[in-house]
Design a protein around this ligand. Structure first.
Ligand code: AMP
Ligand code: MG
Length: 589
């Protein structure tokens, strides 16, 4: 057996950056620039207006001041110029030209009066504010001078740099290209997703996962094949692909079973080695080069989690190296475990976890299913935890090395970010951990977060929601024609009553003294809008009470109108505003 580091070193020694190619901007996002870029133009290219308004000579508006009555001046408008137009008429003393944002400054003019400071006239214009020379004028070359270096070789191209490249006149640039990669799933049991399964068959998830992972890392999947368990087919496919692509990734057929076809077929090629890596998951690995062009081939294990972990640990760094991207691997950082984690002796464990960050740093909650066939738990995870080979046990609270898999994608963000009662647990729950309840201790007992040390603060929360109704139900509500009586009044009362019951209904809500509740209902053409505002002075927030009020008011309304509308529907229940407490004030708009 070899270590993860040894196997990775073998792989990285065998790959090198590709030859640069010239590509149009639209193909360059995420690629490394291989040339120094100089601007072909001045930016702005000419003096132009920063505002819709009037180009004038500053001297003509001297002393004009909105605060000084009678100081306005009226000038004849001698022309008009829009963006893309050329100002033909010079602005002489005592004249103005109507001008739009981005339009070229007319000769003679030295300042812009915003349209808001005028009467907007087209024949003559009354000007109500003055402007010093240069006001609202964007001078040529202010941003970038023609010939100036705007990007160094080695820059990674992103949307902001595409803006700069385009603005400075570059339609294509020299970059390291995306590796073209072929993905081959092996296994007689595999059926394409979307197709029915016969007994014993499974859907081929690896080839789709690998294609997606390749896209995420900037490479392109040129072939995605699913083949059976025939050695001859493996050899034929690999030989054919080796002439067409920059890398090949296979999955399955590399372990110890009777049909470990990839290993058997390629072992004799002499250029692909099959090794046991001290790692879990992902022990069996194959790597080598194939064909005349010595294309790297990664033979990954078949279990979906092993396959994904192997891609991340071995193939992704190789592909990033081919693309010139640094660092090749995921940056590693420290996280604290929310639960204990056991790890096999003598193997580097790559555990999957849900990671969230709060003021104290990153917390990682290992997903429940750590076996290599748990795809659902894999998909919940947003991080790998790297447990060294010599560590067999980590306790809750211990520090662990972590690789974040999703950059800044939304699932990392905790919302609602109410750090008060929920702590990181709200976010862990939101991210979907199967056991990530901060309110359940390691021994399984439930507890309520202790808030006694917090300050008592005046707090208010508002929630809103809607009950969608038929036109008949709306008419009945408006005319007081609901057979059961005043449905709106009942809904309001139900909402208020419900607030007082919230801690009984919501397991982890603290009982708090409710100081005020208002429930408002408003009949619109297709719905009743419900809004509840709840107040307290306590140590924890009152959002759940506001949500309960809206929800129960909506339910009561549905009960009241069900004789006239069987299809009434509750929608859009949410917190719309809150104030007070340590997490600060917030409102939806
Ligand atoms: P193997 O290494 O080929 O024996 O595969 C190990 C396990 O992974 C078996 O349970 C296979 O059915 C499963 N497996 C192999 N390839 C795939 C695939 N492309 N998609 C989903 N599961 C797979
Ligand atoms: Mg197989």
């Amino acid at each position: 057996m070899i270590s993860v580091e040894e196997h990775l070193a073998t792989i990285l020694a065998a790959v090198r950056p590709a030859e640069p190619v010239r590509l149009p901007l639209s193909d360059c996002v995420g690629l490394v620039l291989c040339e120094e870029i100089r601007s072909l133009v001045d930016l702005p290219g000419f003096d132009n207006s920063a505002m819709d308004g009037y180009a004038v000579r500053s001297a003509d508006v001297e002393g004009v001041d909105p605060a000084v009555p009678g100081s306005a001046v009226t000038l004849p408008v001698v022309g008009e110029v829009a963006a893309g137009g050329v100002a033909t008429m010079p602005v002489a003393l005592g004249q103005a030209v109507r001008i739009m944002t981005g339009a070229m400054m007319p000769e003679g003019a030295d300042a812009i009066i915003r349209v808001e400071d005028t009467d907007g006239g087209t024949e003559t214009v009354e000007i109500r504010a003055g402007a010093a020379i240069g006001t609202s004028v964007r001078p040529a070359g202010e941003d970038v001078r023609a010939g100036a270096v705007v990007l160094e070789a080695g820059s990674v191209i992103d949307a902001r740099r595409v803006a700069l490249l385009a603005a400075t006149g570059h339609g294509d640039v020299l970059v390291l290209p995306r590796p073209r990669v072929a993905v081959v799933s092996t296994g007689a049991e595999l059926v394409a997703p979307g197709q029915p399964l016969a007994p014993g068959q499974i859907h081929d998830s690896n080839s789709h996962m690998l294609e997606a992972a390749l896209t995420e890392c900037g490479a392109v999947t040129t072939h995605r094949l699913t083949i059976g368990d025939e050695g001859s087919e493996v050899i034929r496919v690999v030989e054919e692909l080796a002439g067409q692509v920059d890398a090949i990734i296979t999955s399955g057929g590399v372990s110890m079973g009777a049909y470990d076809v990839v290993k058997e077929a390629l072992r004799d090629s002499g250029t692909v080695d099959f090794v046991q890596v001290r790692m879990q998951p992902g022990k069996p690995q194959g790597f080598g080069t194939v064909g005349e062009r010595r294309v790297p081939l990664f033979a990954l294990p078949g279990n979906p989690v092993s396959s994904y972990v192997s891609f991340e640990v071995f193939a992704r760094p190789a592909l990033r190296t081919m693309m010139g991207l640094r660092p090749a691997g995921r940056p590693s950082q420290k996280a604290r475990l929310t639960h204990q984690l056991d790890s096999p002796v003598g193997r580097t464990q790559v555990a999957r976890a849900v990671a969230v960050r709060d003021d104290a740093g990153w917390h990682a909650d290992p997903v429940w299913g750590q076996a290599s066939h748990f795809v659902a738990d894999l998909s919940r995870a947003n991080a790998f935890l790297i447990v060294p080979a010599d560590v067999t046990h980590l306790a809750a609270g211990d520090e662990v090395e972590m690789w974040l898999l999703d950059g800044d994608r939304a699932r990392l963000t905790a919302w609602p970010a109410d750090a008060e009662a929920e702590g990181a647990g709200g976010a862990v729950g939101a991210a979907g951990s199967s056991r990530g309840l901060t309110h359940v201790r390691a021994d399984g007992s439930a507890h309520m977060v202790d808030i006694s040390a917090k300050d008592v603060t005046a707090r208010e929360a508002s929630a809103a929601g809607r009950v969608l109704l038929s036109p008949q139900a709306v008419t009945a509500l408006r005319s007081g024609g609901v057979p059961k009586g005043d449905a709106l009044a009942v809904a309001r009362i139900a909402g208020i009553q419900a607030v007082k019951r919230t801690p009984e209904l919501i397991p982890l809500a603290h009982p708090i003294a409710v100081h005020g509740v208002s429930v408002d209902v408003d009949v619109a053409d297709d719905a009743v809008q419900i809004r509840a505002t709840v107040r307290t002075a306590d140590r924890t927030g009152i959002e759940m009470e506001a949500l309960t009020a809206v929800t129960v008011a909506a339910l009561a309304l549905i009960d009241m109108v069900k004789a006239v509308d069987r299809h009434a529907r509750i929608t859009d229940v949410r917190v719309v505003a809150k104030s007070g407490g340590r997490s600060g004030d917030w409102s939806e708009s």
